[in-house]
Each structure stands twice: as C-alpha cells, then as structure tokens.
Design a binder for this molecule. Sequence first.
Ligand SMILES: [Zn+2]
Length: 96
Amino acid sequence: MGSAPVSNLVILGFAIALVVLVLFWSSRYGGRGRGRGTSLRRSANAHTTATGQAKKGYPHREQAEARARQLSSRDGAPMNVYRCATCNKWHVGHGR
Ligand SMILES: [Zn+2]
C-alpha cells in the first residue's frame, strides 16, 4: 500500500502549482490595473488627457500639426504633436 503517499504528493504538487499560477496571474493583472489607474506616468507622450479620456488621434502628422496650430492661435499656448506609443497615432499636447 505505497500508492497513497505518492498520490498525496501529486495532489500537493498540483495545489502548489495552482497557487503559484494564481499569484503570478493576479500580480500581472493587478500591476496592469494600477498602471492604467495612475496618471503619474503621463508625460509628453500620453494617450489620455488629464481627465483620463483617450485623446483624439490623427493618422498623419500633418493633421495633428494643423490642429496644434489652431489650438495655439486660439489659446495662445504653444502646442506640440507626438507619436503615441499606445494607439500609434499622432496626438496634440501642450508644449513647454
Ligand atoms: Zn494614443
């Protein structure tokens, strides 16, 4: 009757593997959720506005630059355009 300890070990190993998998999964998922929730990493190439909404994206740089000139002349503040790493389009942002 040596089979009972072996199957216990198999079950124990399976349980440990399951726990490790769940921890790995939740840390990845939780990390991504925190990254999306914080706005501290917003810099010169953000995909979202200060209110957390997705910015208008332009497929071509010329379109974004035309919009930046419009906004600059309206607000009197310098605007810049940048390629977004999130949606791969061009956004208009506040310059320095
Ligand atoms: Zn974007």
